[in-house]
Ligand binder design. Structure first.
Ligand SMILES: [Zn+2]
Ligand SMILES: [Zn+2]
Length: 327
């Protein structure tokens, strides 16, 4: 059951740049941001928020607070293929008749739109393989089937968003930088004259990590490389995918690096002289046992750390049912 604690809200952060704060039904993640940037008679919408029966009303309410109308959206640009950033694409296109651009590495999203059951089934399989016991698996499957995917229909981007492309707005052109790691499709958008960065989930105000498991060979390695890419830009203000804007971008980048290093060291230490499943590694790496709603998140992170440590030769995967890992 979806409980709403708040409404969609909009606010101007700079002339021509608006933050649209859209509620999410997720525990611990109360809302996400979409960003509207004026462009001629209309505006470019960076990210869309997730989809459910009330989400379009929240978006329209947030836009109205900025004196914008949904039908004037001239383009949707999505930072990455997660439901809270692109889920509402189709209803917006229906209303505004605009295009949507996204990076082409969004296989997981296409699959989720076409056949959500097989995506959930695969997640359960990965969890079982990683040593998650039957009872939490059953609970996860039950919770999952009670919830929607957060995505309206099958999303088909009109154009591939690739490195070096620019998006014109009234505050200047935004340049696309590929920043995979959090998701394989992740991009950041940088406005060089004003040094503004639309960072999606690559950089968040409160340092919080997540990596998609199973869609690229080494998401953690990619994430670290992407931090280098963004660091070189010298952004002055970050417009993130969740919570408020922040100015100390460099400090946040360093904080992300430090947290990844800390997690990797903890995972490696846990495997010293032991053969553990990914599920058994979780409490060592994060200081908390996986339970209910955070199981998928913690497991995905842990598997990505293990994959990275295997890629650099520090740990070894021991095939089996379940599979185990050792230093
Ligand atoms: Zn995301
Ligand atoms: Zn997000």
């Amino acid at each position: 059951m979806i409980r709403r604690r708040e409404l969609g809200r909009g606010e101007r952060v700079l002339p021509g740049v608006f933050r649209l704060r859209l509620p999410l039904p997720w525990p611990g993640v109360p809302h996400c941001n979409a960003w509207a940037v004026k462009a001629g008679d209309g505006f470019v919408l960076f990210d869309t928020g997730m989809y459910d029966s009330e989400s379009l009303a929240h978006l329209e309410r947030a836009l109205a607070m900025c004196e914008l109308r949904l039908q004037d959206a001239s383009l949707i640009v999505c930072t990455h293929a997660h439901s809270d950033h692109c889920g509402q694409t189709n209803p917006i296109i229906e209303r505004a008749g605009c295009e949507m651009w996204m990076h082409p590495n969004h296989k997981q999203l296409t699959r989720m739109g076409e056949d959500p059951e097989s995506v959930f089934a695969r997640r359960i399989e990965v969890a079982r393989q990683s040593g998650v016991p039957e009872e939490p698996l059953r609970r996860y499957a039950a919770e999952r089937s009670a919830r929607g995917s957060g995505i309206a229909g099958v999303i088909k981007p009109d154009r591939d968003l690739l490195a070096g492309m620019t998006i014109g707005t009234d505050v200047g052109d935004w340049v696309v930088y590929e920043t995979p790691g959090h998701a394989p499709s992740h991009v950041c958008l940088f406005q060089p004259e004003r040094r503004l960065l639309i960072s999606g989930d690559h950089l968040l105000g409160r340092i919080s990590l997540y990596f998609d498991y199973g869609y690229s060979p080494d998401p953690v390695g990619q994430f670290l490389d992407s931090l280098d890419v963004v660091e070189r830009l010298g952004a002055r203000l970050c417009l993130p995918g969740h919570a408020r804007t922040f100015a100390d971008v460099h400090t946040h980048i360093q904080g992300n690096r430090a947290l990844v290093r800390e997690h990797l060291a903890a995972v490696l230490a846990a495997l010293d002289g032991r053969r553990l499943t990914a599920f058994e590694v979780v409490p060592h790496a994060f200081g908390t046992a996986p339970s209910g709603q955070n199981t998928q998140w913690l497991l995905s992170m842990t598997l990505c750390y293990l994959t990275h440590l295997a890629a650099v030769g520090d740990v070894r995967r021991i095939p089996g049912e379940p599979e185990r890992w050792t230093a």
